[in-house]
Write a protein that binds this ligand. Structure first.
Ligand SMILES: Nc1nc2c(ncn2[C@@H]2O[C@H](COP(=O)(O)OP(=O)(O)O)[C@@H](O)[C@H]2O)c(=O)[nH]1
Ligand SMILES: [Mg+2]
Length: 239
């Protein structure tokens, strides 16, 4: 990293009812980016939360304009929030993680030196801190995606700890609105020949708030989008 210019980084997190987590996460991300980045910003995407997620972020934003709130009035889904984060981001490198703080943003430090020679630098969970059922679901989903798109390189598709170079989106855009978004991001990157590197990161249990990622409605929506968009992309291209 010495002699190398620090990258400009926009970091965002999708949040649904994360009032107990988002404040500490935003402040910690800001302090990490102060060290690692040139220009930086932190964006919390509040996806129609029913709690005080938005007001927590607004209060921080008043003190530091580099902390920003993107607000969905109505809940639109994880993928929709991720797309809003990418759209709102202003800098060359866009990083996202979950708003519940299950990852440690300090670990961005080991990814930053790899940015110059990659288009995506993404995490895989060294030891996933989730119940067995959740891990089995993820394994089955991963196998399905690998076979369907003939994409065998990813160790952990849904790991919410990813850096993406903004110019990637000149080649393709994101269309899905649910939990399928991480699959779409990586599969399209792979099909378009972008350089992807994976790095192991730690994963911690959720300390506050309620998990919704394992809800049946979330899984059903992901499957529906998977088959709908697989048909579209195979006929019209991964763009
Ligand atoms: N935008 C958006 N984010 C959500 C929604 N549900 C969960 N999230 C966020 O997505 C992240 C992961 O959700 P979580 O329930 O912790 O799932 P898990 O960690 O995969 O088990 C967290 O930051 C949540 O706040 C939703 O409906 N919309
Ligand atoms: Mg979580």
């Amino acid at each position: 990293m010495k002699n190398q210019k620090k990258p400009d980084i926009s970091a965002f997190f999708p949040c649904y009812n994360e009032e107990a987590n988002v404040g500490a996460l935003a402040l910690k991300t800001a302090s990490v980016l102060k060290k690692l980045a040139g220009k930086w910003e932190v964006i919390a995407v509040n996806d129609g939360s029913k709690d005080r997620t938005a007001s927590v972020v607004k209060a921080l934003s008043k003190k530091d304009k580099r902390i920003r709130l993107v607000d969905h009035v109505v809940n639109q889904g994880y993928g929709a929030a991720v797309k809003s984060g990418f759209r709102a981001a202003r800098h060359e490198w866009i990083f996202f993680t979950d708003g519940d703080g299950q990852f440690d943003v300090e670990e961005m430090a080991k990814m930053v030196p790899l940015l110059a020679t990659n288009d995506l630098v993404v995490g895989y969970r060294i030891k996933r801190a989730d119940p067995m059922q959740r891990k089995l679901n993820a394994f089955a989903w991963g196998m399905l995606v690998k076979v369907l798109f003939w994409f065998w390189k990813s160790r952990d598709i849904d790991c919410a700890f990813k850096f993406v170079r903004r110019s990637v989106f000149e080649k393709y855009h994101l269309e899905t609105t649910g939990a399928m978004i991480s699959t779409e991001l990586l599969v399209k990157a792979h099909k378009n020949g972008f350089r992807i590197t994976e790095i192991g990161v730690n994963h911690y249990p959720r300390r506050a708030g309620v998990q919704t990622g394992a809800k049946l409605s979330v899984i059903a929506r992901a499957f529906k989008e998977l088959f709908m968009y697989a048909a579209k992309w195979y006929t019209q291209g991964f763009k």
